[in-house]
Design a protein around this ligand. Structure first.
Ligand code: SF4
Ligand code: SF4
Length: 294
């Protein structure tokens, strides 16, 4: 057989190469080198986690482990001898889990000071929590897996909006109607979002009941638009809500539209890029042009 197929699950790509050709050796060499680097990073991460737990600098490490299908899923490690369960591979890099979202859970708060494995979006989410006085910088140890910001990726994601930009208002309304029809109010989007941290969500309040809780189109519009407005200027674009939505609604499109508007109208503002930057929502200046603010 002149060619064999090698499938590398971690890259999700199928590579074709003759087994004894220079091409094969070059490709395999690159992959093997990359996997060695990932393993080194994983070892370093586990060592750091062990050190934090043993020295009691953290009571809990939140990171990734693999589920029964080999996919990354959150792990909560309290015993230094369990750090071997922590995993870092290509799927974790691509994962849209935002582990900072776990910090709001009471079960996690009870386990002591947390250390959290974060990518660039996780760091931005933590910065928003600091800017909104929900956390102090020293409250959490960040195990930073992505030291360099990936601004380019954020820009690339605006490209998704081109599809909406070409639509008329009527077409956009029809598009969202079709999307929101599928929502059945499971609230998974809210549960995974690191920035949906209200102790009582507006949708759970019934005196007065501001949002229709039925999974009808009217109630679904009210829920999804209200949530998007609450995330305006705060969403860090991690994509955790889109990934969690069992109805496959691309909530990213909604959040990105508002993120782009924030960036366009507020001097290039991007949520979470700097913990010292005041949030655009909830901040005002007496110099503001709008009269309603005075
Ligand atoms: S709303 Fe934004 S910050 Fe929240 S989960 Fe979705 S993408 Fe992440
Ligand atoms: S996760 Fe999807 S289906 Fe569930 S409430 Fe959010 S938008 Fe609706």
């Amino acid at each position: 057989m002149p060619f064999e197929v090698y499938t590398f699950r971690s890259s999700g790509k199928r590579l074709f190469a003759g087994k004894n050709t220079p091409h094969f050796h070059a490709v395999y060499g690159i992959i093997a080198h990359k996997q060695t680097i990932m393993q080194d990073i994983q070892t370093e991460m586990r060592n750091r986690a062990k050190e934090l737990l043993e020295s009691k600098q953290a009571g809990l490490v939140v990171g990734f482990t693999l589920d029964e299908y080999g996919k990354p899923t959150p792990a909560f490690i309290t015993d230094p001898d369990d750090v071997g369960r922590l995993v870092w591979n290509d799927d974790c890099v691509r994962s849209r889990h935002n582990l900072v979202g776990c910090l709001k859970r009471d079960e996690v708060r009870k386990l002591g000071k947390p250390a959290v494995v974060v990518n660039a979006a996780g760091k931005r989410a933590f910065n928003v929590l600091i800017a909104e006085s929900q956390r102090e910088p020293g409250d959490v140890v960040l195990i930073d897996m992505e030291p360099e910001p990936r601004d380019a990726r954020f820009d690339e994601r605006y490209a998704k909006l081109a599809m909406l930009d070409t639509m008329s208002r009527e077409e956009r309304f029809a598009f969202w109607k079709k999307e929101f029809t599928r929502c059945f109010k499971c609230y998974a989007c809210r549960q995974v979002c690191p920035l949906c941290y209200c102790t009582q969500c507006i949708v759970d309040k019934n005196r007065p009941q501001r949002i229709d809780t039925s999974a009808t189109l009217k109630g679904n519009f009210a829920w999804n638009i209200t949530r998007a407005f609450h995330l305006a200027g705060r969403c860090v674009g991690c994509g955790a809500c889109s990934a969690a939505c069992p109805a496959g609604i691309d909530l990213d499109l909604l959040n990105l539209s508002l993120a782009r508007a924030g960036e366009t109208h507020f001097d290039g503002y991007r949520a979470g890029e700097n913990p010292d930057t005041l949030p655009i929502i909830g901040t005002f200046s007496v110099e503001d042009k709008e009269t309603f603010i005075r």
